[in-house]
Design a protein around this ligand. Sequence first.
Ligand SMILES: Cc1cc2nc3c(=O)[nH]c(=O)nc-3n(C[C@H](O)[C@H](O)[C@H](O)COP(=O)(O)OP(=O)(O)OC[C@H]3O[C@@H](n4cnc5c(N)ncnc54)[C@H](O)[C@@H]3O)c2cc1C
Length: 378
Amino acid sequence: MDLTLTQEEQSFQDEVRAWLVENHPGREPDGEEAKFEFRRAWQRELHDAGWAGISWPKEYGGRGATLIEQAIFSEEMARAKAPSPANVLGLVMGGPVVIAHGSGEQKERFLEPILSGEEIWCQGFSEPESGSDLASLKTRAVQEDGGWRVTGQKVWTTYAHEAKWCMLLARSDADAPKHKGLTYFICDMDQDEIEVRPLRQITGEAEFNEIFLEDAYIPDENLVGGEGNGWNVAITTLMHERAGLGAASAITVRRELDELIALINERGLAGDPLIRQRIAEVKIGVEALRLGALRALTQQMKVGIPGPEGSLAKWEWATVNQKLTELAVDVLGPDALVPESEWAYRFLRARANSIEGGTTEVMKNIIAERVLGLPRLR
Ligand SMILES: Cc1cc2nc3c(=O)[nH]c(=O)nc-3n(C[C@H](O)[C@H](O)[C@H](O)COP(=O)(O)OP(=O)(O)OC[C@H]3O[C@@H](n4cnc5c(N)ncnc54)[C@H](O)[C@@H]3O)c2cc1C
């Protein structure tokens, strides 16, 4: 793994940096809906300038850039404190899954509106009784002439209230072994047979939802990767999710660490030995995360799809981000209790890091079995 940038990568970085100086959209507005629309407009701007789906192949509307260039882009976005695009799940998971497993027609139909942010995507995997053990899910898909009828309940579905399309995993064969009876669909959220109910989080935001499906219709052409092959397609989705979380977060965490060090200096606490110890611990974690994310990226460039190393980055990110935000709240003391406190928001939001995208315990199991080659649990 070579960590120095090539000449092309260096000029790519200069180009991104210069573009962001010219085009930064400014601070996000307050209010969930206003913020979302702001990020959708920002994504359109990124897309018009050729910065959406950077590492997607050119033939699918991307820039055909390398994953290193994608990482450079994310790093520059974080450095400039630019907002994330609205359609994160479409860009990080939906698009790559359609590119990897979708038919020619699906690529034609779905990719462009993902890039422009015109059609938002969500991920309908988790159910009330199936999170970590995803393959046990119960949402049922029954075939009819030309399509499928889907009935069941999903939960924790981020952005379902904004989404046009849902990456929906459902059981299409109740008699097959649990991993083999699943099929992956792209489900249209605009239908009366689907009800979306928001769930409010500890942060006060309602970022995710419950979804109730009652005979929701999905035409055959929206089935991805073949009937009964849903587990394989879902794994591709999860690998992209974890790799994406690890890589992007490594940069954000580094930026927030700098902010925390500035805060500690401002409050005259830089000489406190316990704080010094904790900051050193976070700093080491942040650096390990950065290097691990680069290693995962190198591996992905070799084999084409993200590997189980993404689970390591996801686990480390959750741990480091929670330690970082806990330290910030301790440094702030009662000042962290005011509702407008950015650190209090980050602290509360970080509680979800060790759950979302797969829990830390499950990441450890994956690393034990698939990275370290230890015996399987079951
Ligand atoms: C902010 C946020 C956003 C999310 N967005 C989405 C989304 O958009 N789409 C979606 O489908 N899902 C989403 N999720 C759901 C998320 O993927 C699940 O919460 C997660 O996979 C855990 O499942 P669970 O909540 O059912 O917990 P469970 O699986 O019931 O786990 C409960 C506890 O048991 C432990 N455990 C379970 N199995 C094992 C095991 N084999 N070994 C050791 N320990 C184990 C877990 O670590 C955990 O501590 C989101 C979650 C959060 C917090």
